[in-house]
Design a protein around this ligand. Structure first.
Ligand code: GCU
Length: 352
């Protein structure tokens, strides 16, 4: 589905280029780190934006997630470096000019309740996904792919989701070097295509202590064979760069797949996983997302860590708090404060 990803790079280095010890009214430290990876004589870099709670004992547990529109859109702070990578357009931000401008600082802050996260004793780390790999079909010539794929791409090679997930693991490489961050207590989260990415990252890298999917839908948490909402045909047509080429074999051919997505979730076992849906997000098939979480249960039970404590599709705002967690809330395809509060509850339960 996602293709094979390379392991850790030949060489990786980190440069802390900002460290402000008193931001958010003194509650937090903000750190920005340039991550540079080198392989096969080429290099590629991306920025990690990190907030750490000053009141929490060191090292702190952190949430890690990719963002859609640049680190500078996560918070309205003029010190956050604006990327010069390819930038995803979003008409709803009503930014007349290109988005990588001062005017777009903090435009996506509603998805990132930094103050609340810090208040609850967690750090937050984020990377702009386009810094790792641009989100368009570029023949894999940009982003991190050229470091690995030169002259050897096969139909089983990683696509963009594989690259983004690989980038998340590089953030953990950094955490392992930072005494303020507990690399053993990292919750990886993501929404939508980045929710697909978080699941794939959590499945592959056992350093993630908790894996959280928000509205990840088709190619994420939902069961492909449901034939509801988005299909493999749509994924491969609209986003041919997300998956490996072999995945096109299953366009209009779901039944031929040797797997389904409950097995992706089961790959995270025995580590905790939390799946989130929204009632109006029918494109992502909420029931199919729940069913995949539920059907991962035999593997969790086999490993002796409990399962998914819901026999029926849960009602909205009735979170399932077992090792496989789940909630559905009212509203649409988005990340809302309610989601973050439940994810932090899950982190309190499993990670802290
Ligand atoms: C589209 C796509 C989904 C994806 C979403 C997103 O709706 O069809 O698969 O999850 O974009 O990432 O925003």
């Amino acid at each position: 589905v996602y293709g094979f990803s390379p392991g850790a790079p030949e060489d990786i280095s980190f440069r802390v280029f900002e460290n402000s010890v008193s931001v958010l009214g003194g509650m937090a430290t903000r750190r920005q780190v340039r991550v540079t990876v080198r392989n096969a004589g080429r290099s590629h870099g991306f920025d990690l934006l990190i907030y750490l709670p000053n009141a929490a004992p060191r090292p702190v547990p952190v949430f890690l997630g990719l963002n859609f529109y640049g680190n500078h859109t996560v918070a309205p702070d003029p010190s956050i470096r604006i990327t010069d990578s390819w930038m995803r357009e979003n008409a709803s931000f009503a930014i007349v000019d290109h988005q990588s401008t001062e005017a777009s600082r903090g435009v996506n802050a509603h998805c990132w309740p930094v103050t609340r996260i810090v208040e609850r004793g967690y750090g937050l780390a984020t990377i702009y996904y386009g810094d790792i790999d641009p989100d368009f079909d570029d023949g894999f010539e940009n982003g991190v792919h050229p470091l690995y794929d030169e002259g050897q791409r096969t139909d089983a090679h990683w696509g963009a989701i594989g690259a983004w997930a690989w980038g998340l693991s590089r953030a953990v490489d950094y955490f392992e070097t930072d005494d303020d961050i507990d690399a053993g207590r990292v919750a990886v989260m993501g929404h939508s295509r980045l929710g697909k990415t978080a699941l794939w990252a959590g499945a592959q890298d056992e350093r993630f202590a908790l894996t959280i999917s928000s509205g990840s839908g088709c190619g994420g948490a939902k069961i492909f064979r449901r034939n509801y909402g988005e299909t493999i045909e749509h994924l491969n047509r609209a986003f041919p760069h997300w998956f490996c080429r072999n995945f096109t074999t299953y366009t209009n051919n779901e039944d031929a797949l040797p797997i389904d997505q409950h097995e992706l979730i089961a790959l995270v076992a025995p580590r905790p996983v939390y799946v989130t849906s929204a009632v109006e997000d029918r494109w992502a098939d909420p029931r199919g997302e729940f069913l995949a979480a539920k059907r991962a249960e035999p593997v969790y039970r086999l490993l002796g860590v409990g399962g998914c404590d819901a026999d029926e599709f849960p009602k909205p705002l009735k979170p399932v708090r077992s090792r496989i967690g789940y909630h559905i809330r009212h509203g649409s395809h988005d990340v809302l404060p309610y989601d973050w509060e439940r994810w932090m509850d899950a982190a309190d339960q499993h990670v802290r």
